[in-house]
Design a protein. Structure first.
Ligand code: PEP
Ligand code: MN
Length: 372
């Protein structure tokens, strides 16, 4: 059960203290308080954990400071959608909105290799009106002998260049808690030139200790990828780990499943689950066409498979597209074969726009038929 308090309830107010004292008397029920400090107001939610079935919504609603009460099911308590649940389905970060109604493109380098490539990439994005990108500094690689990413040494120039060209959010995977500190330090050192969305990769979806540490900070939002060999439910529970520790600025990323049944794509594309995740949770949903398809193969219609699956995901309502580009894919140190070229960016963006318009028409059509 979630108690949503009247906005701007002060923790030192007598009513709030009275409420907590009252809750402490409920046998077998513990509480967890979550505070979300927004630009306009501070929202406090109190989670009642334990046997809440014995409590009536009416009684709890009548307690001091309580605005509304939501009875949650066992699953995805914080991030899930529950009956009569009107909690928001978006968050704002560094001036960019991420929601179940918005669409953001994160085109960029799979892995940072040279400063020159970073600058070409970021400048091209700026020239096409983009304010988000992806830049890998810490790369989880199958082979220990493969390039592991430049790590913290590249962060200062990546963040400075992002600031120079107006990039507001960089999606960047971390594989260890020390990377979080390195990113926060570098952001501080560069005067917060840009923002970072931490990425939890598919190999770390169930690295629970990493999830807890990332969830305990509320400064940076998180993109968590679906685990490539586990159920959707297991991956959604992994996202819930982040939120249960306090960070609800979470985007859920679909990136294909590991199975030979998906051949010849690198992973079996799972973008039909975009609406499913939006139905089950309040998270914006990201699709990663690059790591799903894994190649520049194209079909007889002249459209790259990467663009086809992107359109499929966007037409189904995806809210974010994470995609590999590279100025010289043959020189890329990671995932060159799946990278799109700088000159393909306008085509890619226009194609996404067509798919987005199709999605908007489809929702309007559904509404018209619902009303009829
Ligand atoms: C990536 O986005 O660079 C990446 C490694 O993705 P995934 O974790 O989905 O394999
Ligand atoms: Mn990659």
């Amino acid at each position: 059960m979630i108690l949503i308090l009247v906005p701007d309830t002060r923790p030192d107010s007598p009513e709030y203290k009275q409420l907590l004292a009252h809750l402490a008397n409920f046998p077998g029920i513990t509480t967890r308080v979550h505070t979300e400090v927004g630009a306009e107001q501070t929202l406090t939610e109190i989670y009642l954990i334990g046997n809440t079935k014995v409590l009536s919504i009416e009684d709890v609603s009548a307690l001091p400071c309580v605005d509304r009460v939501v009875r949650v099911s066992e699953e995805y308590r914080v991030l899930g959608r529950h009956k009569n649940d009107d909690r928001p389905t978006y968050f704002d970060y560094n001036g960019v909105r991420f929601g179940q109604d918005t669409l953001n493109v994160f085109a960029g380098l799979c892995a940072v290799d040279t400063l020159e490539h970073v600058e070409i990439m970021i400048k091209t994005l700026r020239d096409h009106g983009q304010v988000c990108t992806r830049m890998g500094a810490y790369k989880p690689r199958t082979s220990p002998y493969s390039f592991q990413g430049h790590g913290k040494t590249c962060l200062p120039y990546v963040f400075d260049l992002a600031g120079k060209y107006g990039i507001k959010v960089i999606a960047m995977e971390i594989t260890h808690e020390s990377h979080l500190d390195e990113i926060r330090d570098a952001l501080y050192q560069t005067g917060n030139a840009t923002g970072v969305m931490l990425q939890i990769g598919t190999r770390n979806t169930q690295n629970f200790e990493l999830l807890k540490i990332v969830g305990r900070q509320q400064q940076l939002p998180v993109l968590i990828k679906r685990g490539f060999g586990i159920t959707l439910d297991e991956s959604l529970n992994a996202a819930e780990y982040l939120a249960s520790e306090g960070n609800r600025k979470v985007v859920f990323g679909l990136r294909g499943m590991k199975t030979n049944m998906g051949d010849p794509h690198r992973n079996f594309v799972d973008f039909s689950h975009v609406p499913v995740v939006k139905r089950l949770t309040r998270m914006p949903v990201c699709i990663d066409p690059s790591h799903s398809v894994g190649s520049r193969a194209s079909s007889p219609d002249g459209i790259l498979d990467i663009m086809h699956v992107t359109a499929q995901g966007v037409t189904a309502g995806a809210n974010m597209v994470l995609v590999d580009f590279h100025p010289a894919p043959s020189k890329a140190l990671v995932d060159g074969p799946q990278a799109l070229l700088m000159k393909e960016l306008p085509h890619f963006l226009e194609d996404i726009q067509i798919a987005r318009e199709a999605y908007e028409k489809r929702t309007a059509l559904a509404e018209r038929y619902r009303e009829a």
